[in-house]
Design a protein. Sequence first.
Length: 95
Amino acid sequence: MANNFKVTVISPKEILLDTYATSVSGKNKNGKFDILKDHAHFISIFIGNIKIETEEKKYSFRSETGIIRCWDNSVQIYLVKLLSSTEHPPDAEIR
């Protein structure tokens, strides 16, 4: 877990995921972004998919929009409206 950081995904109704991840990827109005351990403090409104990779699985959450906050190796993802979510094995490629 040397390269992991805490990730929490929250919808208006519940906590959807609370885990340790190796990376988080998404897109905002400026383009694509990736978050790794020790990332600079970051807050953004994102659009579309958020992809989360752990050592065991990959997750994808699709929302119309949401807010992502990275602070001290902890990432909180607030989904405005969850459209879909999927879980994949670690060797799957998510598009």
